[in-house]
Design a protein around this ligand. Structure first.
Ligand code: HEM
Length: 535
């Protein structure tokens, strides 16, 4: 590296794309799918750490497992903070949620409490709710298919059903709430989420990401109680406060019942666990109720958005690939027989092909290719692959899952294809875990003997805490759907299209989903289906 006279390394020392404008940097070269352009730049520059300039903002993009391992896993203590990026998010969360908090004690406290309630050993109490929601989806699809037929429509668009199923599952995990069909709460949360997305996609919000003075103007503009984002925060917080109150009430009743020696137990959930922390607990401190509300809100939005996008994509891939669908169903029926539905407790680890299909979906189509950015806590110079890179406070660090997941060196020449076999022997690495319940903090790049199959859940100290729940929800619903129905595209062979949501050209915080048109859900065994609904 070149050094300044005081001994500090000269900056910049990162490779930069040459397609750069004087004021805007690389902003206008990113296009509609920024992650793709970033992959192209990294390959063109032959560097797995690149820097992208966006007006006043600078981001560091990691494009290989090795770079992620070095910067976010080995140097996780240095690079696991977050910086304020999105003004709407900042207003909504008042910076108090686990997702946006800096790397400090109050974030660790929240992380510990969420982890305690959804870690690998704590997911079992959620099984009955997840399984009953999966069965509910079967019923909804049957009723909707019958209705569509009666109205002369061929097939359904699965989006609404997926949304309904995922949101109710997520509320079950976060609040222990069983949502009944037709409950207006679901529509309310979905509408509020849409409003948030629209605000995030607004001109003001997008430009304030790159041009700091706009942040101050944005704050000024929203100082008024009636400003759209403030108004929205009040309404959203009210919705979630009502849910919190229900948990408090249910817990009080359970406690009373316990005192009266009845067997009623409080329902296990993230919020219920947070409420159970007492001042006297040695390691933990109770989180104030208003912060629980904000965290539950952010958790609901995050897990709903990513999980429903993944499930939607997964269903379309299965319909578009009848051979893959048949193999997954054959494996399932061999295990359960034709008359029984999947039991997460007994069957979860016995379906390697189904797990491979889910992993392949998350590899080829992660719901968000750029995830949630990390940030450095100190200025550093990193020696990586023979060159030096400078990471600075105030910049952001992105994992580019697109570059990593389409790397032929790791995934083979068919990296662009949907092929679950890559995660099974003989192609899978030695010591590979058949389910993707990998150790979240482990990464062995050289031997590929990792339990790590993709980075859709992020990496390092900020890695997604919902991975175990997400896997179980996906396995349960897909196995239940496969047992009940044949999934068919109405236009057989229709190519799947990729959709960026929201379609904000200069934002990378949206999500990417796959669409394959209308679908038919053809009942496989009428008698079995009837029996499942009856008990
Ligand atoms: C398919 C479903 C999901 C995907 C793909 C996903 C993905 C992600 C990603 C990429 C991150 C950022 C990780 C990083 O900074 O490196 C994240 C963070 C997080 N996720 Fe998820 N997520 C999913 C579902 C869930 C669910 C169901 C929950 C909880 C019930 C959850 C809880 C969290 C939490 C708490 C964090 C923040 C961690 C922190 O900043 O400390 N996620 N998730």
């Amino acid at each position: 590296a070149d050094y300044n006279s005081d001994g500090t390394p000269k900056k910049p020392v990162f490779p930069r794309s040459t397609t750069v404008d004087f004021f805007f940097g690389h902003l206008f070269h990113l296009g509609d799918a920024p992650y793709k352009m970033m992959t192209e730049w990294a390959r063109r520059l032959n560097s797995d750490i690149i820097t992208v300039d966006l007006v006043q903002k600078q981001i560091n993009v990691l494009s290989s497992f090795a770079a992620v391992k070095e910067i976010l896993v080995e140097k996780s203590a240095l690079n696991s903070t977050r910086v304020k990026t999105d003004m709407v998010e900042e207003f909504l969360t008042t910076e108090k949620t686990i997702f946006v908090k800096e790397y400090e004690e109050s974030w660790r406290l929240l992380r510990r409490q969420v982890h305690q309630s959804v870690n690998r050993n704590k997911v079992e109490p959620f099984y009955p709710l997840i399984e009953s929601q999966s069965k509910e989806l079967l019923r909804l699809l049957r009723d909707a298919s019958t209705k569509a037929k009666a109205e002369g429509n061929d097939g359904l668009r699965p989006r609404n059903f997926v949304d309904y199923f995922v949101l109710s599952s997520v509320l079950a995990v976060i609040f222990g709430k069983k949502v009944e069909e037709g409950d207006s709460l679901l529509t309310k949360i979905l509408d509020e989420l849409k409003e948030i997305e629209n605000l995030q996609n607004s001109w003001w919000n997008r430009w304030s990401r790159y041009f700091a003075p706009l942040k101050y103007l944005y704050r000024l503009r929203n100082a008024d109680k009636n400003a759209p984002v403030v108004n929205l925060r009040i309404r959203v917080a009210r919705t979630f406060k009502t849910l919190l109150d229900e948990v408090i009430e249910a817990n009080a009743q359970a406690e009373k019942a316990l005192a009266e020696k009845s067997s009623q137990q409080p329902r296990h959930s993230i919020v219920s666990h947070m409420l159970s922390i007492r001042e006297t607990d040695t390691e933990d401190k109770p989180v104030p109720h208003d912060e629980i509300v904000l965290n539950a809100m952010h958790l609901t939005h995050h897990s709903f958005t990513y999980l429903s996008t993944t499930l939607h994509t997964l269903i379309h891939e299965l319909a578009a690939n009848p051979q893959i669908q048949k193999r997954a169903r054959d494996e399932l029926l061999k295990l359960t027989g034709p008359k029984r539905l999947l039991s997460l407790r007994d069957d979860f680890t016995k379906l390697p092909y189904l797990h491979a299909v889910i992993k392949e979906t998350l590899r080829l189509h992660p719901p968000s290719y750029l995830g949630i950015p990390h940030a450095p806590r100190t200025n550093q110079v990193i020696s990586h692959n023979g060159s030096e890179h400078r990471l600075e406070i105030g910049t952001e660090i992105f994992i580019n899952a697109h570059a990593i997941h389409t790397d032929p060196a790791r995934y083979g020449d068919d990296a662009q294809e949907f092929n679950p076999d890559r995660f099974l022997p003989p192609r899978s690495p030695v010591n590979y875990s058949l389910t993707s319940s990998y150790d979240l903090y482990q990464f062995d790049v050289e031997n590929k003997s990792i339990q790590r199959d993709h980075v859709a859940f992020g990496a390092g100290k900020r890695v997604c805490l919902g991975v175990h729940i997400a896997e179980r929800v996906l396995v349960s619903v897909v196995a239940t759907l496969l047992a009940g129905y044949e999934l068919q595209q109405v236009e057989r062979g229709k190519k799947l299209v990729t959709r960026e949501v929201p379609n904000a050209s200069y934002s990378w915080t949206g999500r990417t989903e796959i669409e394959g048109g209308r679908m038919r859900f053809v009942v496989r065994d009428k008698e079995a289906l009837k029996a499942w609904f009856e008990n």
